[in-house]
Design a protein around this ligand. Structure first.
Ligand code: SAM
Length: 324
């Protein structure tokens, strides 16, 4: 996690709001023995790998079940032992830590499997958010499952879903892309291939690449496409900004702090033109079929509309059949 960076003109906190939010609203809940008993009464079978989501910024964004499981686990496999030790200490937890990062996932999976086979409960965490989502973890989970052992999720924060939920982009489907390739050529090719995706697209991006990546998105998707920048979510200087790709550069360069911090970028999917394209193809083919044979009509329609000749040929045959 990178450090939160203050914007140029931070809004001074409203003393009345600080006062209100400083009330320990959940203390009665945590002190409620019935709730804590319900958490501990859940089943946490032994010989299981628990995939535990941790906060993406605000240290309080961790579930009661996740804390209970971390207290119960025999060991915690983590991306960076220093970061996890810090989080655990905040909650008064001290457990043996196993380093499980992107360079040793396969090897460490063998050690975790041996411990699970001996009946231990192992928690798997990453530095922030949900393990395996643009983070190490997936290879360990795969190996543990292949070994016939149980894996159970302890759900919680993920930057992608948090950003999507607050983006205001209306979506039936979303497409998680994650990080773009660092090389400009590969990045541009990938973006071109996404230009007609109808689902809302979710990208992770490093702050030092945010301007370049946004310019590349502008080239691939055009200036009118709505974009949402979700920056520093759950942290002190959280910002969620919606504009078009054509307006994005001006927003990003209006404040030098916007080249720092963590970003999720969401792009609204391509507007659907399939229905309109089909209607236009039918109209053009109907005219052409009055003057020329099917093959020639399909070929001319392909030149006029830019659509695929084979599909137009099939459509021309269908139309011809309707008229005979
Ligand atoms: N596993 C994590 C998850 O579930 O979201 C993602 C880890 S990935 C290595 C880190 C990237 O997630 C960052 O570069 C950024 O794009 C995004 N991210 C993480 N925390 C964020 C936050 N608080 N605000 C905005 N984006 C964040």
């Amino acid at each position: 996690m990178s450090q939160a960076t203050p914007p140029v003109t931070p809004i001074p906190p409203n003393p009345a709001e600080v006062q209100a939010s400083a009330q320990p609203l959940v203390q009665p809940l945590l002190a409620n023995a019935a709730i804590m008993e319900a958490v501990s009464r859940q089943s946490y079978p032994a010989a299981t790998l628990y995939v535990v989501a941790t906060p993406i910024g605000n240290v309080c964004d961790i579930s009661l079940r996740a804390l209970h499981l971390l207290a119960l686990a025999d060991a915690v496999a983590c991306e960076d032992t220093r970061n996890t030790a810090q989080l655990m200490t905040r909650y008064g937890l001290h457990k043996p830590l196993i380093a499980a990062h992107q360079h040793n996932e396969r090897e460490v999976a063998g050690k975790i499997i041996a411990r699970l086979q001996a009946g231990e409960r192992i928690a798997l965490v990453s530095d922030a958010g949900t393990p395996g989502v643009s983070d190490p973890g997936a290879k360990i989970v795969d190996a543990v499952r292949l070994a016939g052992l149980q894996v159970s999720p302890l759900p919680g924060a993920s930057a992608a879903i948090s950003a999507l939920s607050a983006s205001g982009l209306i979506h039936d489907q979303f497409y998680f892309v994650g990080f773009l390739p660092a090389k400009a050529g590969q990045r541009d090719t990938l973006l071109q291939s996404l230009a007609s995706v109808a689902a809302t697209m979710i990208f992770y991006e490093a702050p030092h690449r945010i301007i370049d990546a946004t310019q590349a998105m502008l080239k691939a998707f055009g200036p009118d496409r709505p974009v949402v920048f979700a920056r520093e979510l759950t942290k002190l200087f959280e910002e969620i900004h919606r504009c078009t790709l054509g307006e994005a550069h001006a927003w990003l360069s209006a404040d030098s702090h916007r080249e720092k911090g963590e970003y999720v970028v969401l792009i609204q999917g391509a507007p659907s033109t399939a229905g309109e394209d089909q209607l236009e193809a039918r109209r053009i083919l109907s005219i052409l079929l009055k003057e020329c044979p099917v093959k020639q009509a399909a070929s001319l329609a392909a030149q006029i509309t830019g659509q695929k000749k084979n599909a137009l040929y099939e459509l021309a045959l269908e139309l011809k059949g309707e008229h005979e």
